[in-house]
Ligand binder design. Structure first.
Ligand code: ZN
Length: 194
């Protein structure tokens, strides 16, 4: 899948917004991604999952491992396309671990899949979960890399598209300086003229 095709699907679903946003971190950004809005359509989720699977099939993963919640839907779709099972890790008491009942076999070939890589921290943590189980992590993949290529991993990494919006402290935000109202994604603009 060409990156433009992917981003067109995101825009059509309202999952890629451009403007002036206040992120949950408090930082301001000119763009915002909400993968769940495109993945809520199972047909889109399947197409995107197949596109990732095509990129990673040569790694011969035996299982897909995703961090909950964001990675679960796309991990499931990638696993379906690869014909392997899908498991996930979840946070308990602040620590990421395999969902109770799931297991990885020693040396089992694991592909880590998430929706968006921002800093890479979540993917690295998920890789660590697999290694703690003595599984072999053969690669990592995401729908979108928004790290400006700053996220690096010690396994092969694939993303269908890369987007990059700088983030700013409000006091240093060029959009604030121009008087553009900042929007919290999911809410209506405070100064919308409608
Ligand atoms: Zn701003």
């Amino acid at each position: 899948m060409h990156p433009d095709d992917l981003l067109r699907r995101f825009r059509a679903a309202g999952a890629l917004l451009e403007g002036h946003f206040q992120l949950t971190s408090g930082l301001h950004s000119a763009g915002y991604l909400q993968c769940a809005l495109v993945l809520q359509d199972p047909v889109q989720a399947a197409v995107i999952g197949e596109a990732i699977a095509a990129r990673v099939r040569a790694l011969s993963p035996a299982v897909v491992l995703s961090p909950a919640l964001g990675g679960v839907v796309i991990g499931h779709e990638v696993a379906r396309a690869l014909g392997v099972r899908a498991v996930f890790a979840e946070r308990r008491a602040g620590r990421l671990g395999l969902r109770r009942g799931f297991a990885l076999a020693p040396a089992e070939r694991v592909l880590v899949v998430e929706d968006v890589v921002t800093t890479g921290g979540s993917t690295r943590e998920t890789i660590a979960v697999a290694r703690e189980a003595d599984a072999e992590v053969v690669g990592a993949a995401a729908i979108i890399d928004r790290s400006a290529s700053q996220a690096t991993f010690d396994v092969p990494f694939q993303a269908l598209a890369a987007v990059s919006w700088p983030t700013h402290e409000p006091a240093a935000c060029p959009l604030c300086a121009r008087g553009v109202p900042a929007v919290k994604p999911g809410s209506r603009p405070a100064a919308s003229t409608g």
